[in-house]
Write a protein that binds this ligand. Sequence first.
Ligand code: ADP
Ligand code: MG
Length: 243
Amino acid sequence: MHAPRLIELDGVGRVFQTDEGEGVHALRDISLVIDPGEFVWITGPSGSGKSTLLQIIGCLDEPTEGVYRYAGSAVASLDDDGIASVRRDEFGFVFQDHSLLESATACENVELPAIYRAIDSRSRRRRARALLERLGVGKRAEHLPAELSGGEQQRVAIARALMNGATTILADEPTGALDSQTGDEVIALLAGLAGRGHAVVLASHDPAVANLATRCVELRDGRVVSDAPSGDRATSMASLPRV
Ligand code: ADP
Ligand code: MG
């Protein structure tokens, strides 16, 4: 017997039924294994299935084909409560639009995922503040999202993603709304999380991710067309003739 892998997709497909009754094959036959400490860059053109893949990994959506196991459990075999608790405790999400609650302070936003857990409010607040400190926005804890820069908002969103002790961080185009320097800082923060043992899966067109990701998975029309250490891809792209 060997230890279960963290994320294991085996022949996963996702077909969306449209109103016209046609099936849109967003993902086809995806087999991937991702372990803690990896920083996986999911790339590919718009519509290639990146967001759908992240949603399935994060248990926000379910495959219509194949098997998805998380930490050794087939997600499809869990009941609704089981899926809800895996989603809440194992995954932290970071989106392009930071999706912070505008009426809540940075600190309250970070506390939010822990509200439904049995933690007293003082420890919750202490942990949220410590996370904001760690992400370099401790001084902004009492500010509303609208009072923060885009980069600060994304740091708060990362703190929120970590609040429940997530093993896996899923980031969908997290630098899409940022200037390149701020975007690079956010990518570096995510790389640091992988360095601390989180599995980080980041969907992005941003080529700056190549420098820090450990692995690059490229999708096209819902299929994996390459899966290689990230540096290899940067090298192979650099050697392509310019057209
Ligand atoms: P990406 O994030 O790479 O741009 P997506 O995962 O969003 O790609 O989409 C992959 C494909 O699945 C696209 O053709 C998209 O139109 C389709 N798709 C995604 N979500 C839905 C949905 N809820 N209903 C129907 N089609 C969808
Ligand atoms: Mg997308």
